[in-house]
Design a binder for this molecule. Structure first.
Ligand SMILES: C[S@@+](CC[C@H](N)C(=O)[O-])C[C@H]1O[C@@H](n2cnc3c(N)ncnc32)[C@H](O)[C@@H]1O
Length: 349
């Protein structure tokens, strides 16, 4: 008889059906491999993880009236959706320059576009802030068209490591370029209650700016840090406990969205860079050149509207959008991120 105990076998580590890491989580992150999964997600009105669905594509192309041989700029490359449509209009003639500040997504988009056959002979991609459009224009010469699709891409929002959303645990960063400036967590550490309240009001019209800024500063006074997205969400949730129960959850969700937006605008100096861009725009456009700008909140839209009106009155723009164009109801239904978009345009004299 063999008395020997069976040799202990090490259990094979089982990953489980619920992958933990973002990159393991969604089939959509490999769109080539899981085309059906991607199509299903889009059909449900959502954006597949790791992708961005471009907004108002037809409306933008109608405004820009791109013809082969022209030179233009996509100031916000993102996933490259608009860039790709513009390249199709150029039909291998002319040149497109595309910018983005994001050092993480930009190489991925460049590779994707190169795979589709758009290399440096037709497309120049630069990691640059669009506030430096005057420097880009030194290389491009007068531009026939310019597009800016402001804000963040779905890939940036969906990646918890970037900290753009309270919906998933991650570092409270919110920088479009994490190599520059300070994170939202560092910013909160040094800000006064008064300044924070002003930031929440100015950048996001937050109705509970007083309560939330008081709660955040109190948290630091207690010796606690706020370095993750979920910790900030918790502080906001606790600060709004006084709201009657029936309305509370919805109010908390909206305040979280607005507070994250306010912080993002602040750490990326979004109003300042947009102002610089708008000021430098006319000088970079050729005569008859067209610009289209897609905004996602009232603060951005106000700046664009004011600048277009100002240069129109000065005779620098010969025509501007009388009213902002909104995405069609069917686009809003199929892509919830389109709902708050406003599109304005101008044509240089
Ligand atoms: C809404 S996404 C653009 C999506 C793109 N139009 C598409 O179709 O895929 C906005 C992009 O602009 C970039 N961005 C935001 N502010 C910028 C700035 N000041 N300079 C350059 N890029 C900026 C963001 O990093 C993000 O990738």
């Amino acid at each position: 008889m063999d008395n020997q105990e069976p040799k202990h076998q090490r259990r094979i580590r089982y990953k489980g059906t619920h992958p933990k890491a973002f990159h393991e989580k969604y089939k959509e992150l490999q769109p080539e491999k899981y085309a059906d999964a991607v199509a299903k997600v889009i059909q449900k009105g959502s954006t597949p993880a790791g992708m961005h669905r471009s907004i108002c594509v037809n409306e933008i192309l109608e405004i820009l009236q791109i013809t082969p041989g022209q030179t233009g700029l996509d100031a916000t490359l993102g996933y490259g959706g608009h860039t790709l449509e513009i390249l199709k209009c150029l039909d291998s003639k002319g040149h497109l320059y595309s910018l983005d500040v994001d050092p993480i997504e930009l190489p991925r988009t460049r590779e994707r576009l190169e795979h589709l056959g758009y290399g440096p002979e037709i497309l120049t991609i630069k990691q640059m802030n669009f506030s430096q459009i005057d420097q880009v224009a030194l290389e491009t010469g007068p531009l026939n068209f310019i597009l800016a699709d402001l804000g963040v891409s779905s890939m940036q929002i969906d990646n918890p490591e970037r900290g753009f959303t309270y919906k998933s645990e991650g570092p409270l960063d919110l920088r479009l370029n994490p190599d520059r400036g300070i994170s939202a967590a560092q910013r909160l550490k040094t800000i006064s209650q008064e300044e924070l309240q002003g930031m929440l009001l100015e950048n996001a019209d937050e109705p509970y700016s007083a309560e939330i800024s008081r709660a955040i500063i109190l948290e630091f006074k207690k010796g606690n840090d706020i370095v993750t997205t979920t910790k900030l969400q918790q502080v906001i949730t606790d600060a709004l406990k006084f709201i009657p129960q029936g309305d509370r959850n919805d109010a908390i969700k909206k305040s979280c969205q607005r507070c994250f937006q306010a912080l993002r605008i602040d750490v990326n100096n979004e109003f300042e860079v947009l102002y610089d861009f708008l000021e430098k725009l006319p000088a970079t456009l050729a005569s008859g050149g067209r610009v289209a700008i897609l905004t996602f909140h009232s603060g951005e839209d106000r700046l664009v509207k004011k600048s277009f009106k100002h240069f129109y009155r000065e005779g620098i723009y010969r025509e501007i959008a009388p009213e902002p164009i909104r995405p069609s109801p069917s686009e809003c239904n199929s892509n919830s991120r389109a709902r708050c978009a406003k599109l304005r345009w101008a044509i240089k004299s």
